[in-house]
Design a protein around this ligand. Structure first.
Ligand SMILES: *[C@@H]1O[C@H](CO)[C@@H](O)[C@H](O)[C@H]1NC(C)=O
Ligand SMILES: *[C@@H]1O[C@H](CO)[C@@H](O)[C@H](O)[C@H]1NC(C)=O
Ligand SMILES: *[C@@H]1O[C@H](CO)[C@@H](O)[C@H](O)[C@H]1NC(C)=O
Ligand SMILES: *[C@@H]1O[C@H](CO)[C@@H](O)[C@H](O)[C@H]1NC(C)=O
Ligand SMILES: *[C@@H]1O[C@H](CO)[C@@H](O)[C@H](O)[C@H]1NC(C)=O
Ligand SMILES: *[C@@H]1O[C@H](CO)[C@@H](O)[C@H](O)[C@H]1NC(C)=O
Length: 639
């Protein structure tokens, strides 16, 4: 209110002040093409930054992680904004709690860090669908990341909400955001639609003003830069440690013959896929590459500086010849661990930074305390099939043929498909899906008895025997939408028809399940197990609780003998567990979720089969590197 009153009373004076400020060249951030550098307030400037994703770090830990980044010698952080995290349904926006972007950005100001913001609309980030909302696929023929009018209309509505919130935070306007990335690695996407990039450029300019530095990021090959860059957007590149950083920057120089060298994603580690080996990169190698780039005068952002966790259903997937879902941990072998603790790599990086700019005085904040709360017994509450009225209160949708998750407006999680055997099957008859017909895994039950599973890139046939009219259920799990490397829209559920003995199955009841809302509303009630909840395989819910010795420290939960599923503690969805495949064996449980006094309530959805004595084990350290069963080899695509 204050400034507005002043504007009304003294407009000429205010205008004069503004003009004086402009003359002094105050608060500017620009590219100096002649001198191959950035200029901040007129002086040569380079950033040494690190990536952190607020959506992967619990809000109570934001300040701690940012402080550690500041104490590592960074002068900036690079931050993605995941569109699907903030607009869960068209026109419904969420910037509260863990999604409070404004509060996160306020903390970066408090800690003296500049911000390089990457608002998408597509971000990749190994995040579900690369940050695009699944509801875009409600229009099945939409062409994502292109100038398809349906797509652009959704993008424009979102940017019209997001970018005006950022504008006062731009460096030129008194804030700490020095630059803004447009799209992300667009050159790796097949569409190569320059009209789309031009549209984004015009929208960003219209909503953010003429002065902010806008840039793109692409892999450092001419092929990737060709479709990812555009006149008016400063072209930067991304690459990891290597022997010759001059050579690594050469493709950027082809597209920006003058101006600062910028590596927007210098890889400190890498992500993990279920069923593959845990990724790691040696600290000395990361430090050496950083030193080489800083010697060249480059600005560098380290991806990730802290990786964090894919809580809930947010992990994405890659597609390289087959579907490759990303683990729940996004530790990334980053300088700050998943739990936010300094590692050997962090200190090696800090030593390098100290050779180029002054490090902040004072010690690095220590690791946060961890606690091994020990073994917690669980009991079976009920099988999923017994809980359909709780998990799907609206009841099923009837459809002659299967509908996708998107067609029934379910973004994440699980949908149950139910039909009946059309005839007696005395001899084993194959239930089959075409390749990639099940996205991504179906847990199959006949008259409530678990039969096994069908998979997107694995087993596509199960033999069944049974009587005509027997209830056939497929609980289908979405393992995360593809975030990179293909232009295909990644629909979930039974995306093709199933056959039984080559005859099409029809007349389905489709139950979109909402476990999260039920759990958030305090379900399950504390009651004895339902009668007849036998110990048998198949999807079922388990509960238990534990009390802490008056503390609420971080911990890591292990799943001895469990197969695959999803875990909630005190109503918070900690993500997928899959010890039967690995490499991740424990889930990170932030202490901020735990109560030091009340019992901490565990809800677990096991999809395949529980151990004979169901229990969880809370440890004081993570186990991320034990691949138990590698991903089954999928047939390679035709050359
Ligand atoms: C690094 O690459 C540059 C440019 O390709 C080349 O001129 C230089 O000789 C290389 N340096 C080494 C040590 O190989
Ligand atoms: C199904 O049964 C047939 C005939 O008994 C057998 O050849 C086939 O291997 C079985 N398939 C599976 C997936 O078990
Ligand atoms: C990807 O895009 C190309 C060119 O637009 C098209 O030919 C191809 O069919 C698309 N692939 C998929 C899997 O959608
Ligand atoms: C299932 O088969 C029916 C009948 O051939 C067809 O109309 C429908 O499009 C198919 N559904 C899918 C998802 O392929
Ligand atoms: C766990 O559930 C019990 C019983 O409903 C409740 O009293 C307790 O407060 C819950 N614990 C937490 C940490 O919410
Ligand atoms: C996993 O990591 C731990 C801790 O770094 C290490 O002690 C162990 O040897 C590793 N195990 C495997 C199977 O690589």
């Amino acid at each position: 209110m204050g400034p507005r009153v002043r504007v009304q009373l003294l407009p000429p004076l205010l205008l004069l002040l503004l003009r004086l400020e402009a003359c002094a060249g105050a608060r500017s951030f620009q590219v100096d093409y002649a001198n191959n550098c950035f200029r901040k307030d007129g002086a040569p400037f380079r950033y040494i930054a690190g990536s952190i994703h607020y959506a992967r770090v619990p809000r109570p830990a934001w300040r701690d992680r940012l402080r550690k980044m500041h104490m590592s010698g960074l002068n900036a952080v690079q931050v993605y904004v995941p569109w699907n995290y903030h607009e869960p349904l068209p026109g419904l926006y969420d910037f509260a709690g863990d999604r409070d972007l404004g509060s996160f950005l306020d903390l970066t100001v408090e800690l003296g860090l500049l911000v390089i913001l990457r608002p998408g609309p597509y971000i990749c980030a190994e995040w579900d669908m690369g940050g695009l909302p699944a509801w875009l696929l409600w229009k099945p023929d939409i062409v994502l990341r292109s100038s398809d009018p349906d797509y652009l209309q959704a993008v424009d509505s979102w940017l019209g909400v997001l970018l005006p919130r950022l504008r006062p935070r731009l460096y030129q306007n008194g804030g700490n955001i020095i630059s803004i990335q447009v799209e992300n690695e667009y050159g790796s996407f097949s569409a190569c639609d320059y009209d789309y990039l031009r549209h984004l450029l015009a929208t960003f300019r219209a909503l953010l003003g003429p002065d902010v530095l806008l840039f793109t990021t692409d892999g450092n090959s001419p092929a990737e830069l060709r479709c990812g860059t555009l006149q008016g957007l400063y072209a930067t590149v991304d690459f990891g440690p290597g022997p010759n950083m001059t050579a690594a920057f050469a493709p950027q120089r082809q597209y920006e013959p003058q101006g600062p060298l910028v590596n927007s994603e210098y890889y400190t580690g890498w992500l993990d896929y279920w069923g593959e080996a845990h990724a790691s990169t040696r600290p000395a190698q990361v430090a050496q590459g950083l030193q080489d780039m800083l010697q060249l005068g480059a600005s560098v952002n380290m991806y990730m500086f802290q990786g964090g966790t894919n809580f809930g259903y947010w992990s994405g997937a890659d597609y390289k010849g087959r579907y490759k879902p990303v683990t729940t941990s996004y530790d990334y072998d980053a300088p700050l661990s998943e739990a936010g603790d300094p590692t050997e790599k962090l200190f090696a990086i800090r030593t390098v930074i100290g050779k180029f700019q002054a490090l902040p005085a004072g010690p690095m904040p220590p690791a946060t305390p961890k606690f091994a709360y020990g073994a917690v017994p669980l009991r079976k509450l009920a099988e999923v099939l017994e809980l359909l009225d709780v998990l799907c209160p609206a009841g099923p949708i009837r459809s002659r043929f299967p509908l996708t998750f998107e067609a029934v407006k379910q973004a994440h999680g699980f949908v149950l498909y139910r039909t009946r055997l059309p005839r007696d099957l005395w001899a084993p008859a194959p239930l089959s899906s075409p390749p990639s017909g099940v996205c991504d895994r179906a847990y199959v039950l006949l008259e409530g008895e678990y039969q096994g599973r069908l998979e997107r890139d694995g087993q596509t046939t199960l033999n069944l025997t049974g009587r005509a009219g027997a209830s056939l259920d497929l609980l289908v799990e979405n393992m995360g939408r593809i975030n990179f490397g293909t232009n295909a829209s990644d629909f979930k559920g039974l995306v093709r028809n199933l056959t039984l003995d080559s005859a099409l199955l029809s007349d389905w009841l489709i139950y979109p399940l909402d476990v999260d809302t039920a759990v958030a509303r305090g379900w399950p009630p504390r009651s004895p197990p339902a009668e007849g909840s036998r110990a048998r395989p198949g999807p079922a819910l388990y509960t238990g609780s534990f009390q802490t010795p008056g503390i609420a420290w971080d911990t890591f939960v292990k799943f001895p003998g469990w197969s695959k599923g999803q875990l909630w503690i005190n109503g918070f969805n900690l993500g997928r567990y899959w010890p039967a495949r690995g490499p991740q064996q424990t889930l990170f449980v932030p202490g901020s979720l735990l109560s030091p006094s009340a019992p901490n309530n565990i809800t677990l959805l096991e999809l395949e089969g529980a151990p004979p004595r169901p229990m969880l084990l809370f440890l004081d350290r993570p186990l991320l590197n034990q691949t138990v069963s590698p991903h089954p080899r999928a047939p390679l695509p035709p050359p």
